[in-house]
Design a protein around this ligand. Structure first.
Ligand code: NAI
Length: 278
């Protein structure tokens, strides 16, 4: 029997991250319920989840509060915007489930602040999966100043039961991996604005550093809107200009060309294989 049999997990947000997180928990034997912004987006997310891998048992909930009421673990993987996460946490709290562990998959926001907004910071922590959650083995666990040690301990056990490796991170903007990679993203985007083709930047980095994806391919895969949200947090928190978003990224996000899922970002994906966006 799976180590996670009997664990009830609710996942909010059915973008690439929420879908992947729902899949890995369901495959490990947990009972998983998913919910997105409304019934229509939930149904669409569920359909996409079933299409992108072997069909899997994942239930849908009518709303966030319903999903939170009958869960042991609630993973929020909604859009990277603080206000959106606050209003979601209000809906989770309305379930009145005192035993619930609330995990945020945020890439950058303060876990302590999310915990305070939830009303019981002892139950809130960060569980930051990497994209795609079905393949990436690392999970950053972020302990807020008032997160209960037992809650962190349970989260570590769940990550181990998923066959993944947990690293414990301080509650600081962008945590470890995204923070260390920030200069790589920044300089790569700056090079593009200075006329170097994305392919050239990506080929150079892959060739020299042995990365599987170049930084610009990776940003397109992440979603430029998500990257922009993380950059804005880093700039706000550190006040250091080296974290400022590149204007070109902002323009691409405003135009809706947010990367691979949108069909276009630093590359054009309309013909299948990525080509230079004109
Ligand atoms: P996304 O922006 O592609 O999708 C977010 C989903 O949340 C959408 O389906 C949207 O309809 C839904 N949503 C928005 N407001 C909602 C609400 N109030 N209630 C329920 N659902 C709501 O995001 P993505 O890329 O899946 O990322 C989700 C989270 O995971 C973000 O916090 C992001 O920073 C983080 N993350 C993203 C990674 C990536 O590579 N994309 C990697 C690791 C973490």
């Amino acid at each position: 029997m799976s180590e996670l049999a009997g664990l009830r997990v609710a996942v909010a947000g059915l973008g690439p991250m929420g879908r992947g997180i729902a899949r890995v928990f369901a495959e490990a034997g947990a009972a998983v319920t998913v919910v997105d912004a409304d019934e229509e987006t939930t149904a669409r997310g569920q359909a996409k989840l079933q299409e992108e891998g072997p069909p899997i048992k994942v239930d849908t909930a009518a709303g966030v509060t319903d999903a939170a009421r009958d869960a042991d673990l609630f993973v929020e993987a909604i859009v990277e915007r603080f206000e959106a996460k606050l209003s979601l946490l209000d809906q989770v709290r309305a379930a009145g489930n005192a035993g619930l562990v609330v995990a945020s998959n945020t890439s950058s926001l303060s876990i302590g602040e999310l915990g305070k907004a939830y009303g019981d910071p002892s139950r809130v922590l960060g569980m930051h999966f990497f994209n795609p959650p079905t393949k990436m083995r690392l999970v950053e666990i972020i302990r807020g100043a008032r997160t209960d040690a037992a809650v962190v301990g349970r989260a570590r056990e769940w990550v181990a039961a998923l066959g993944k490796t947990a690293v414990l991170c301080a509650d600081s903007p962008n945590f470890i991996v995204n923070r260390v990679c920030r200069p790589l993203y920044y300089e790569s985007q700056l090079l593009v604005t200075q006329g170097v083709a994305p392919q050239v930047v990506d080929a150079a980095i892959k060739g020299a550093l042995g990365h599987r994806m170049g930084p610009l391919e990776l940003l397109d895969f992440t979603g430029l809107h998500t990257h922009l949200g993380s950059s804005e947090t880093a700039l706000r928190e550190f006040g250091d200009p080296r974290y400022r978003p590149i204007p070109l990224t902002r323009q691409l996000v405003r135009a809706g060309t947010t990367g691979r899922a949108a069909g276009r970002g630093y590359y054009d994906y309309s013909q299948g294989k990525p080509r230079e966006a004109q």
